[in-house]
Design a protein around this ligand. Structure first.
Ligand code: TA6
Length: 280
């Protein structure tokens, strides 16, 4: 780690954490998973990210909340006839290392990378980096470079959990076009003009909206690039009851708005893709 004065180390359960504090914001990153857990601008000291009170920090279990890194596939879209591969890929269950960090007049930049970019179901040569800029906004870039000789099929997501006061009062703006509804066997529907969440919601919006705004008291802007879709997810109560790392009422104060590549990007040899999400 470079001599960055804004970064200190801490621990939660078995997970080593990086605590970042500068003039603009505070943030926490778990080295397990390369997983941003919180982002708190100093303008109002309100965490923009949601973290389950029942999240597990055993150094093995993917952390519920914050910004999970889904790579090198999204959900079970690994295009292989196997049922033994982990949902959302394998890097969110790995130890990441801090490759570099730098304080500047606009905030603190950190670059992290996972222990390994190969695993069951994925033996291609690639480089994966997470670049995080903690400043007046939070900028997160998931950078994949194909170091293999062959073209690779890539899906990935910044699976961000945002804090809301009351999910039933949330409105989303900025989404348009068709979405695939995973609660209805991927049937296609048109995005509603007035976007509210009133039940389990699990939607892949095929139009890559550049800015999605979450309004519920607090206003959160989610600006994306390098994506081909936006995923909106809320498990609602029944699923929360079935999830060991969610409380029964967890669904009431969170919503996932995910900047994602879900339609399979064919990344050619020596090409790079940057999946970027900026939280405003
Ligand atoms: O992004 C939505 C989703 O794919 C849902 O289908 C649900 O599975 C969610 O991700 C959480 O997945 P996880 O593996 O973190 O429990």
């Amino acid at each position: 780690m470079n001599s960055t004065t804004s970064i200190s180390k801490s621990k939660r359960g078995q997970n080593d954490l990086l605590e970042i504090e500068n003039d603009f914001a505070k943030a926490t990153i778990s080295l397990f998973g390369g997983h941003i857990l919180s982002y708190i601008p100093k303008t109002d000291d309100i965490d923009r990210l949601w973290l389950s009170e029942a999240a597990i920090f055993d150094g093995k279990t993917a952390i519920r909340g914050g910004i999970p890194i889904c790579w090198p596939w999204f959900g079970n879209a690994h295009n292989q006839d196997r049922d033994d591969l982990p949902s959302h890929g394998f890097v969110r269950n790995q130890i990441w290392t801090l490759d570099s960090s730098e304080d500047s007049s606009t905030g603190t930049q950190l670059v992290l990378s996972p222990q390994s970019t190969v695993g069951p179901g994925w033996q291609f040569k690639t480089r994966l980096q997470l670049k995080v800029m903690v400043g007046k906004t939070l900028v997160v870039e998931l950078i994949t470079r194909n170091l293999d000789k062959q073209t690779i099929d890539l899906n990935c997501a910044l699976h961000s959990y945002f804090r809301v006061d009351d999910i039933e009062q949330v409105t989303l703006t900025g989404l348009s076009g068709q979405y695939l509804d995973k609660t209805k066997d991927y049937e296609a529907f048109e995005t509603p003009d007035v976007y509210r969440i009133k039940d389990e919601t699990d939607r892949v919006h095929l139009h890559p909206a550049i800015l999605v705004e979450i309004d519920n008291g607090l206003h959160i802007g989610v600006r994306s690039s390098g994506h081909d879709s936006i995923v909106v997810w809320n498990p609602w109560e029944q699923n929360c009851l079935r999830m060991k790392d969610m409380n029964q009422d967890s669904y009431q104060t969170m919503i996932c708005v995910e900047s994602a590549i879900t339609q399979t990007l064919k990344l050619e040899s020596n090409q790079e893709v940057i999946l970027k999400q900026q939280i405003i």
